[in-house]
Design a protein. Structure first.
Length: 187
């Protein structure tokens, strides 16, 4: 073996021993990148109390006494319509989880409202991402657009595999397909 090959092998072994450190530093880089993105895209956080749950992805949040509640669509998920199979179960699960609870609503400026005028925001309940919980529990789909499977695609896959919630049905219908065939059915 040549000396340069020995040095190359030794360098490779040294890199292998520092892998956990590089993973940790990679984690910090990702955190800083996320914080930078939030600053650039103008993420806004507001705290309020959930005063009403309309369906599995729409809630009303009261942010201050005397102020009108905000109608919010939980970003990243698509819950069944209220008149769709699983719609009431989805709404009721979200109602049990959030009604009367203080939550943090995190808006991003790239798109503030959906087509129905609802604010788009992620919802945090005591450190838990409510959208992730809804999809993981099988009460909603990860909102996908074109080829993007959505932010909770992995959670949706696990919920389907476990047969949780909506995915216990033999052929659960995606809310987007349901709306295309039947329209929206808000109460």
């Amino acid at each position: 073996m040549l000396i340069s090959e020995q040095n190359s092998s030794a360098a490779h072994l040294n890199r292998a021993h520092t892998a956990p450190e590089s993973i940790a530093s990679g984690w910090w880089r990702q955190l800083w990148a996320l914080l930078l993105l939030l600053a650039v895209f103008g993420a806004q956080a507001q705290t309020g109390v959930v005063s009403r749950v309309i369906d599995g992805d729409t809630i009303w949040i009261k942010t201050a006494p005397g102020r009108k509640p905000l109608k919010v669509r939980i970003a990243g998920i698509d819950a069944p319509e209220i008149c769709q199979s699983g719609g009431l179960a989805s709404r009721d699960a979200l109602r049990r989880r959030l009604l009367g609870q203080t939550v943090t609503m995190i808006q991003t400026s790239y798109r503030r409202h959906d087509d129905y005028g609802r604010l788009l925001a992620s919802i945090d309940l005591k450190g838990e991402d409510v959208g992730r919980w809804m999809v993981s529990s099988g009460y909603a789909w990860s909102y996908h657009f074109r080829r993007n499977p959505g932010p909770y695609a992995a959670e949706q896959g696990r919920a389907k595999a476990a047969g949780r919630g909506l995915f216990a049905q033999t052929a659960p219908e995606n809310p987007r397909q349901f709306r295309q065939q039947h329209g929206s059915c808000h109460p």
